[in-house]
Write a protein that binds this ligand. Structure first.
Ligand SMILES: Cc1cc2nc3c(=O)[nH]c(=O)nc-3n(C[C@H](O)[C@H](O)[C@H](O)COP(=O)(O)O)c2cc1C
Length: 255
């Protein structure tokens, strides 16, 4: 079955889907738009742009329409201020996160852009972190004893019992085939978590631990072909920051 079907009874031949199709897979024939191939990248631009609602993305069937809102609805000064105000959180309240909020965070991640619309990521939600925390701590403590090139980053670091997850109630590992898509998804997820009143720590150290322990790999049960790329440690912040620390000037090269 073709990945896009255009209802010729509804199509008025405006050509908007033709000019907006990044893969050039739609042509106007006899005043009607026609999808010319079997498959495309499935970005849905044709579906989104059609003024008549004539486009069906067959993979998803008949779905209720969701109208877009413009980002301009969000005040840009406020948005920038909020983005600059976000901080890595390493102290969390002993408070659970609702499944609804977990789903909202994942929903934000899954809507990030991906090259060729690959959506090549997956999410591992961990509510009980005890085993993974213990195992990762043991891997790092051993690494400190044994040495090695990686250890220079943690040589003088105290690996306490909550080194990776800081007693947070939720960890989401974002996996992927490559790194770009999971990183983009994670950034969307972090901002969404913040807007829900949550705080996030990216645990790069946990991602390092996943590479050194078969037990961790087994417990994570990462989908075939994916590897863990980012680890978001999430909870209600038990710390309040009073000011925004300065950052380096942006390195910008106008050419
Ligand atoms: C990919 C990534 C991995 C990180 N890994 C860790 C980590 O393992 N442990 C930690 O305490 N902080 C980690 N951080 C947090 C950084 O130290 C933090 O972002 C940086 O110091 C700037 O502080 P801010 O996020 O509050 O602006 C990580 C951040 C990123 C983006």
């Amino acid at each position: 079955m073709k990945s896009v079907i255009i209802n010729e009874n509804l199509c008025v031949g405006c050509g908007k889907c033709v000019t907006d199709c990044v893969s050039e897979k739609i042509k106007l024939i006899g005043g009607k738009a026609q999808f010319m191939y079997e498959r495309c990248i499935g970005c849905g631009h044709c579906y989104a742009i059609c003024p008549m609602g004539a486009v069906t993305l067959t993979k998803f069937g008949d779905i209720p329409e969701e109208k877009p809102i413009s980002m301009t609805e969000i005040d840009s000064d406020m948005l920038l201020h909020a983005m600059k105000s976000r901080r890595t959180i390493r102290k969390f309240k002993d408070e659970k996160i609702s499944d609804e909020d977990i789903n909202t965070i994942i929903e934000a991640g899954r809507y990030c852009p991906t090259g060729t619309n690959a959506q090549d990521f997956s999410f591992t939600v961990i509510k009980n972190t005890d085993f993974l925390e213990k195992e990762a701590v043991s891997v790092f403590r051993n690494a400190q004893k044994i040495g090695g090139s990686f250890v220079k980053y943690i040589r003088n670091t105290t690996i306490d019992d909550n080194f990776f997850f800081k007693k947070a109630p939720l960890v989401i590992v974002v996996n992927g085939k490559g790194k770009t898509s999971p990183c983009l998804a994670s950034s969307y997820m972090e901002l969404m978590a913040e807007s829900l009143g949550l705080g996030v720590l990216y645990s790069g150290f946990f991602i390092a631990a996943t590479k050194f322990s078969r037990k961790i790999a087994k417990a994570l049960n990462t989908p075939e072909g994916h590897t863990p790329v980012t680890c978001l440690v999430i909870g209600y912040p038990d710390v309040e920051y009073k000011r925004i620390p300065p950052r380096n000037e942006a390195q910008v090269n106008f050419i």
